[in-house]
Design a protein around this ligand. Structure first.
Ligand code: C5P
Length: 279
């Protein structure tokens, strides 16, 4: 019994806020795509549940860890007590708007289901994922999707083919704080609008139109973190990258189809940057 599972990151190719709900969450519409930046999850034999994390980022190992929460939920739903040694090779920056934790949780649910003979249907996996966080259901399948509700309602599309420049500015944003400090926004937008504005130009490879349509309403948050992200977008403009977007609640910024950019200019900045592909 041994499973090695890649756990990819995502970017948000737009995120519109429709309003604040009574339960404290925000009603939104977002377009997400997985990218080829991965954590790796190893599932190895053990006589108990163990979690080990490799990499130079600090994460809780206990009950607040999303992988442990996924294991607990799997046990509650199936009655199977998972006895595995889980090793997480952490490469995706934390608090960066890339969904690393959500991806880890979704892929843990899927891996446990495989290891224990598929006691859960696909629908049940999606349901459990929803309990772990707003972005977790998306990662059960990955690729390209529009998400709405608080992020758990999904329509999937065939993955698209495009490249991005991804910048992580070596600081993190707290999702809860970014949402808390969001001024009242009430946008009239539908899933059909998201298809027209983002999915169509993306699928047709019309990147100029796509870039014009990219929006992230979380960039309007009054949080200090988002203000710092906006400064990075300004710095990118000075380097000739006119259009960039914060991913999710930040701190990462990405740009699509950057052409022949002089990467020396990026090396002079104190940023982590990578050229990546949609997967
Ligand atoms: O669902 P998740 O645990 O990932 O959400 C983290 C925090 O982000 C929530 O506690 C909430 O404050 C905020 N959030 C929100 N509206 C959403 C998704 C997340 O306000 N649709």
């Amino acid at each position: 019994m041994k499973l090695i599972i890649p756990s990819p990151a995502k970017i948000n190719l737009s995120l519109w806020i429709k309003g604040k709900r009574k339960d404290g969450y925000h009603e939104l519409i977002t377009v997400m795509h997985t990218i080829n930046l991965y954590d790796v999850l190893y599932f190895l034999p053990s006589d108990r549940l163990e979690l080990h994390i490799e990499g130079n980022q600090t994460l809780p190992l206990g009950s607040s860890n999303l992988i442990i929460k996924a294991c607990r939920l799997f046990r509650e739903k199936t009655g199977i007590n998972p006895k595995v040694k889980i090793k997480l090779e952490k490469n995706i920056p934390i608090g960066a708007g890339l969904g690393g934790g959500s991806s880890n949780a979704a892929n843990t649910l899927k891996a446990l289901n495989t290891l224990y003979g598929n006691p859960l249907s696909k629908e049940e996996l999606f349901e459990l994922a929803e309990n772990l966080g707003s972005d977790v259901p998306f990662f059960i399948r990955g690729g390209l999707a529009i998400a709405w509700g608080r992020g758990e309602k999904l329509k999937f599309y065939s993955p698209a083919n495009f490249k991005i420049l991804l910048i992580y500015p070596y600081f993190s944003c707290s999702t809860a704080e970014v949402y808390q400090k969001l001024l009242q926004i009430k946008r009239e937008i539908s899933v059909e609008d998201a298809e027209r504005l983002i999915i169509s130009p993306l699928i047709n490879g019309n990147f100029e139109e796509l870039k014009e349509n990219l929006v992230n309403d979380l960039e309007k948050s009054e949080s200090d973190c988002v203000k710092k992200v906006l400064k990075i977008k300004e710095e990118l403009k000075e380097l000739g990258i006119e259009k960039s977007l914060m991913s999710g609640s930040g701190s990462c910024v990405f740009s699509i189809d950057t052409g022949d950019l002089n990467t020396d200019l990026l090396k002079n900045k104190h940023w982590w940057f990578k050229f990546l592909s949609a997967i």
